[in-house]
Design a protein around this ligand. Sequence first.
Ligand code: NAD
Length: 410
Amino acid sequence: MTTKNLQGEFITFTDGEYNIPDNPIVGAIAGDGIGPDIWSATKMVLDAAVEKAYAGKRKICWQSLVAGEAAFAETGAYLPETTLEAIKKQRIAIKGPLSTPTGGGIRSLNVALRHHFDLYACIRPVRYYEGVPNPMKRPGDLDVVIFRENTEDVYAGLEWPAGSDEAEALGDYLREKLQAKVRPGSALGIKPMSPEGSKRLIRAAIEYAINNGRRMVTMVHKGNIMKFTEGAFCQWGYDMAKAEFPDQVITEDELVTKYQGEWPPGKIILNDRIADAMFQQLLLRPSEYDVLATPNLNGDYLSDACAAQVGGLGIAPGANVGDGIAIFEATHGTAPKYAGLDKVNPGSLILSGKMMLDFMGWNEAGELVEKALQKTILGRQVTYDLARQMEGGEEVSCSTFGKLIVEAMV
Ligand code: NAD
């Protein structure tokens, strides 16, 4: 796994900006289960798009990295130090799904990666691709990008089993020192949310909105009940935006009081919604929402609900991004029963690759990938998961689906 013989150059990160050479070294973890099948189709599609968009002037130099079961077989570790070192150096990587090792130790390899690199923003764009079977009347009305906080809230992993010494000690402290009503024998969890953690997530969402011509950032919280955690998340967001983006961001209140409700082009509207109401809003008035910034658990639920709304659970892309390191990943798991069958849908990893190309500023290639995927779906030659729900759908293998996408690039 040395990088000595690679032809590419390393991506660098200075003053908050990625510098992408024309032949960047990018890490690729195929992953477990169906990972190798979907990665092989994805690599074919991404390479073809880059070649087509830049006629050989640009080329990704993939460095394959091991993690998960393959790594354990090779090195005795699920997340070998060499892989972590390589990603640190490469700064941008893409990965297939990884199975969670059974029997203690690591909670999840994905969570371990997020924590190791402090990848604090989980980004999930959700939009409709015409022809994808879905449960809505107007699925195309939903086009949102969800920024979900990745390191705090319930993902901090601070919980202790009922009856454990830790839960009892914490329960005693809560009862004695804080007069909290906690039943003896309870399981306990802690939900930490910090100003720094909240602000950097909301900042990333606002910067994304500014850089991508989006109109609005909505903070989704349950601050009416959890005032000092979720309520504060929202308030810290308003405070940060006022201090750091005074010329670019207006609040929803200002939209009414200063701009008579007419959106001033070029400004980002910052507003907030209570999480439960937001689930209704996204079903009833989806076109009113744009970029969402959420604490961890709200974002977890919302991401899957939104993806289901456009029929896209199987093809939903995602990325986990920190300051200077970004890992793009399929959002589904390893589907072990389909491993090695060349059967499943590579769409989630392919669209994560499109996100990666856009993130690198290679938008021409990203657009080619997205348009070709859309065209292929409309052609109804698709993998089993889509074919079985589509009228006139013809099932093709994972690799054939990838080849059809390449052929659809014009
Ligand atoms: P899963 O997503 O692997 O599979 C559930 C079902 O979804 C599959 O049986 C299959 O019917 C369908 N499916 C999943 N991906 C598909 C695709 N690309 N195309 C077509 N159909 C697809 O979820 P699971 O069974 O709960 O988890 C299996 C393993 O994956 C576990 O070890 C879990 O920890 C891991 N996992 C990893 C990630 C990740 O790496 N990001 C995410 C979720 C689960």
